[in-house]
Design a protein around this ligand. Structure first.
Ligand code: AMP
Length: 189
């Protein structure tokens, strides 16, 4: 059973790679960004709140995110496993996720770190043209990544997770094959 987390800056290609991995390995792909964008289209109280946060490029509060991820993992019925995309984004989320994994008896989680340099990230985000990809929000999302989310990688390095680091620049299919070969050959950093 594959228990994967895909990690990296916004625009690193997490969604694209997670999609491919999910197809090839028959995994449950859970993207918190996709989930929240869908939630933000609803005219409910939570929908409106989430929309405001997404439009500013800020993070949705941890308590909400933890409930969302818990429910997603509990409802997953793919035998081959899952890939989390966009979660965790804070140390608290990472700590709570560890507790959830423990309570569900899930061990040997692998973190795939897609490494892409800043200049390339900015170029990609501005080209992508998603509604939260205008220049001001892009800058905000990058600063949130630098100040908060990037610390999650340090957390995982000191908490004995298996980390696979992959250069996220290049051909999509090639990057995907490298990820799969590193996972299957246990090339952890
Ligand atoms: P993404 O598609 O992963 O880039 O996520 C889009 C937006 O959704 C982010 O800029 C955040 O506002 C929000 N978001 C996604 N995942 C999380 C999370 N784990 N914690 C808080 N906010 C999140």
């Amino acid at each position: 059973m594959y228990k994967l987390i895909i990690f990296g800056a916004p625009g690193a290609g997490k969604g694209t790679q997670a999609d491919l991995l999910a197809k090839k390995l028959d995994l449950f792909h859970f993207s918190t960004g996709n989930y929240l964008r869908e939630l933000a289209t609803k005219e409910t109280q939570i929908g409106k709140k989430v929309k405001q946060i997404l439009d500013k490029g800020e993070l949705v509060p941890d308590d909400i995110m933890i409930e969302i991820i818990k429910e997603a993992l509990e409802n997953n019925n793919k035998q081959n496993g899952f890939i989390l995309d966009g979660f965790p984004r804070t140390i608290r989320q990472a700590e709570e996720l560890d507790k959830i994994f423990k309570s569900m008896n899930l061990h040997d989680i692998i973190v795939i770190y897609l490494n892409v340099p800043d200049e390339e990230i900015i170029k990609r985000l501005l080209l992508r043209g998603r509604s939260d990809d205008n220049e001001e929000i892009v800058r905000k999302r990058l600063s949130v990544y630098k100040e908060t989310t990037s610390k999650v990688l340090e957390y995982y390095k000191t908490n004995n997770k298996k980390i696979v680091e992959v250069n996220g620049i290049g051909d999509i299919e090639e990057i995907n094959n490298i990820i799969i070969s590193k996972i299957t050959k246990n090339y952890y950093i």
